[in-house]
Design a protein. Sequence first.
Length: 116
Amino acid sequence: MKYLLAILTIAAGYYYWHNNQASTQPHPNRFSNLAENPVTKEELLDLMSAQKEGLCLEVNNMDEHSPNYASCMERAKSFESMCRSRIGKDMPDMIGSKEDFRKYGMRMMDCIVPPK
């Protein structure tokens, strides 16, 4: 009986954690109409920071087993804070145009994972 209770507790904890994790990622439609619904600089920086795994895969020809991929991810994680502060200081508090969204987004991604 105590094992069943432990399994149910673990399952409930995982369910709660999984549902809260999914809600922290913004939906892509959130960024479709910036003129009417501008984003904060934190939202933009968070979105671009979340792209580091995909960027490292792209730079390393989609090979996640490559030693270069591992070093890319390590570098991206270690540079993330520095990039956020450097790029964030030049950004307006609210981003309301596609041009600014693209400009600051690309700067953030290039800072975290420089293109080859």
